[in-house]
Design a protein around this ligand. Structure first.
Ligand SMILES: [Fe+2]
Length: 269
């Protein structure tokens, strides 16, 4: 089986990625909008400028714009699908990463919107951190998941998320999330990034971000070992799994379904 065949299996639709040019190639009726994130866009969360031009592309987001006949399934559930592609790149000694963000609470609840990520190809880490109430400088839980090993992950309410590619090849994931919110980037901008940075120090090394007041020891749960991050069954092929049964993913957009899955969250203080 060729790499492209494998990816079609994984994605659930015919798609090719170009991890050098930052392109996603698919065929009608599927349409994706491409969003570029440059070094300048995420400068505030980088360890340093790394001496590369501000307009260097660091990663690309491909947001579903039209799913053809399946579009109605996404719209009916106020859900959408996107892919994130990271090239093999470093900014100075820091491995390429996404900006990182939290999600706001779902309407009428204290449950912050969850999300589901699914591995497409390459070696890619997912960093997750949960803050103490409204104090973003105090972290209660910090987790690194190997996306390739996990396959698919639920990002539970309250966890900010960052993707890192520390490998020598491009890597990508797909995600399912609600259309009704905007990510909150402020805590990461204010604190200069997540609670840990991954840098090349003769190999992968995690260094704490000194701007945080309190950070627990990071955890690296083995695939499937922490039920909090388990994805719905079949989420390894996220596209197909969603279209076969959108109800399985109702918790990403529907507050009632999220309440049933996650229970009432403690009040934010
Ligand atoms: Fe997100």
């Amino acid at each position: 089986m060729t790499a492209v065949d494998t990816l079609v299996q994984r994605a659930g639709f015919p798609v090719e990625f170009d991890g050098e040019e930052g392109a996603l190639v698919t065929s009608a009726p599927l349409v994706f909008n491409r969003v570029v994130r440059t070094k300048a866009d995420i400068a505030k969360v980088l360890v340093d400028g790394g001496g590369i031009p501000d307009d260097t592309h660091l990663y690309w987001i491909f947001q579903l714009a039209d799913a053809g006949a399946d579009q109605q399934r996404f719209e009916a559930t106020e859900t959408t699908y996107a892919c994130v592609l990271l090239p093999s790149r470093k900014v100075g000694r820091e491995y390429v990463k996404t900006q990182g963000h939290y999600h706001p609470p779902m309407p009428g609840t204290t449950i912050e919107y969850p999300e589901v990520y699914s591995h497409l190809f390459g070696d890619i880490y997912l960093l997750l951190q949960r803050r103490a109430g409204q104090r973003p400088e105090v972290i209660e839980d910090f987790v690194i998941l190997d996306m390739k090993a996990w396959g698919a992950v639920t990002i539970p309410p309250g966890y900010a998320h960052v993707l890192i590619n520390a490998s020598d090849a491009p890597a990508a994931i797909a995600g399912i999330y609600a259309t009704s919110f905007k990510p909150d980037y402020h805590p990461f901008v204010d604190l200069g990034g997540a609670a840990y940075f991954m840098v090349d120090d003769a190999g992968e090394s995690l260094i704490p971000n000194p701007r945080y007041e309190r950070v627990p020891r990071l955890r690296r749960p083995a695939p499937g070992s922490d039920p909090a991050f388990l994805a719905p069954e079949g989420a390894e092929q996220l596209w197909t799994s969603f279209l076969e049964n959108p109800e399985r993913y109702a918790f990403v957009a529907d507050p009632q379904a999220a309440l049933e899955k996650f229970g009432p969250m403690k009040e934010l203080t």
